[in-house]
Write a protein that binds this ligand. Structure first.
Ligand SMILES: [Zn+2]
Ligand SMILES: [Zn+2]
Length: 261
């Protein structure tokens, strides 16, 4: 199983990084986790190699904030020829459901509705506790974030935990997983200084503690703040490594990572 980071920033692109999107490939099957501006990287060679002769692309959305969603509107341009299934969170997991997509992907925001896209598109609501997208079986957990968001776990190989406060219950949900993608929106200093930013997001120190408690093998911080430079991210990863005593890596957009134990 391979993971190709396409977008690792929260909120907006910056420092050469796009917003949240990750492509997972196993035996030719593909699932896209979130559809931020990183979807534009589906045109790049690393993604083209993973897409291969695939006929279908499944997309799992964690919630409806635009930094996880805007790239849906790119798909007619970058995923032409692939049948799409969009797994859209629904109440009680999130406050909104797939009607949000119908509102966004329609005039005046987009020229044509999903039914009139050049490829077949199916929208499937999901609310957990499980989600099956082709061969990918996810465990699903509701998270504390404005409007709600979904935490996802894919077997023992991968957990994708973004747009959430750092929640002790997450440690149980991701326990023993091989690779944990967890948002680190804030440094500890920022978290102490910016109370408002803490609502719905996580800071470095608490994520390091959670990952260590959960005994994950490898931690990848994601949902980076757009103001953070590459050097600052390297320092952040070093701090996470020191505090968690775990393997910590930075997900580099366009560079695939092997998953598996
Ligand atoms: Zn976000
Ligand atoms: Zn969000």
């Amino acid at each position: 199983m391979r993971l190709l980071p396409l977008g690792t920033n929260g909120f907006l692109p910056g420092h050469g990084r796009q917003t949240m999107s990750f492509l997972v490939e196993r035996a030719g099957a593909l699932v896209l986790l979130d559809a931020g501006s990183g979807v534009s990287r589906l045109l790049e060679p690393a993604a083209r190699a993973l897409l291969g002769d695939a006929e279908r692309l499944d997309v799992v959305l964690t919630h409806y904030h635009l930094d996880h969603l805007v790239g849906l509107s790119y798909l007619p341009g970058v995923a032409r020829g692939l049948a799409l299934r969009i797994f859209a969170p629904a109440p009680p997991l999130t406050e909104s459901g797939p009607e949000a997509l119908a509102a966004l992907i329609a005039p005046p925001f987009f020229p044509v509705t999903l039914e009139r896209w050049p490829m077949p598109v199916e929208v499937r609501p999901y609310s957990g506790p499980e989600l099956e997208a082709g061969p990918f079986r996810f465990a699903v957990r509701g998270q504390d974030h404005p409007g709600g968001s979904a935490g996802l776990r894919l077997g023992d190989e991968l957990a994708y935990i973004t747009d959430t406060v750092c929640d002790p219950a997450t440690a149980r949900f991701v326990r023993g997983v091989g690779t944990l993608l967890h948002e680190v929106w804030l440094t500890d200093e920022e978290s102490a200084r910016e109370a408002a930013a803490r609502t719905g997001h996580s800071a470095a120190g608490e994520v390091a503690d959670l990952a260590r408690r959960a005994r994950v093998r490898r931690l990848l911080p994601v949902h980076h703040h757009p103001r953070r430079s590459g050097e600052e991210l390297v320092a952040l990863a070093a701090e996470l490594r020191r505090r968690s005593e775990l393997e910590v890596e930075l997900a580099i957009e366009g560079v695939p990572l092997e998953l598996g134990r």
